[in-house]
Ligand binder design. Structure first.
Ligand code: MN
Length: 212
């Protein structure tokens, strides 16, 4: 159950210009205050006077195929963007450490190979969508991408898992600065990743999955 009984449009965890020069201030401002906010407002609207108003969003995702398209699109748009903002920070990037780093090496043979595969997932996602690093139900990490505002927590996902890291590859995420060069935006994203946050998600996911 969603104990607060309401869904929250969380504050951006940094200033609009914090991700410069990799993601420009205007892109972050419009992306957060217009696009993300619209998904949130439309989600609240779509669940008004339904049992979903008091549900945990993870439970909504688990049976998303049963709900109208407006719920699928806007619940995803609401959740995915918060997850994306919190995947980044000013002066991020570098390399993961500890157990997360070990898990990445174990699952992908090396960090560079992981980086290559994650970048490729974003670059090759046709149209609009997201690339993800996830944990499967055995504790193994994998990369996938989802169309539109879908995510790997949804019952309709090709491969379901617990998300650890994401990049938004909709044009609105990069077009002002990078125009058609999605690959350049994805390359720049590696300078922003908040590996501390990804490590916290990894630890939580390990507990959820129940592996050691
Ligand atoms: Mn977006």
């Amino acid at each position: 159950m969603n104990t607060t009984k309401t869904f929250e449009f969380k504050a951006l965890p940094y200033a609009y210009d914090a991700l410069e020069p990799f993601i420009d201030k205007l892109t972050v401002e419009i992306h957060y205050s217009k696009h993300h906010k619209a998904y949130f407002d439309n989600f609240i609207n779509a669940i008004k006077d339904t049992p979903m108003e008091t549900m945990d969003i993870l439970d909504i995702f688990k049976s998303i195929s049963k709900y109208p398209a407006a719920v699928r699109n806007n619940s995803g748009g609401y959740f995915n963007h918060t997850f994306y903002w919190e995947s980044m920070k000013a002066h991020g990037g570098g390399l993961p450490i500890g157990k997360l780093a070990e898990a990445i090496t174990k699952s992908f043979t090396s960090f560079d190979e992981f980086k290559k595969q994650f970048s490729e997932a974003g670059k090759t996602r046709f149209g609009s969508g997201w690339a993800w690093l996830c944990m499967d139900d055995k504790g193994k990490l994998f990369i996938c991408s989802t169309p539109n505002q879908d995510n790997p927590l949804m019952d309709i996902a090709e491969k379901k898992g617990i998300p650890l890291l994401t990049i938004d590859v909709w044009e609105h995420a990069y077009y002002l600065k990078y125009q058609n060069k999605r690959a350049d935006y994805i390359d720049a994203f590696w300078n922003l990743i908040n590996w501390d946050e990804v490590a916290i998600r990894y630890e939580k996911a390990i507990k959820t999955v129940g592996v050691k």
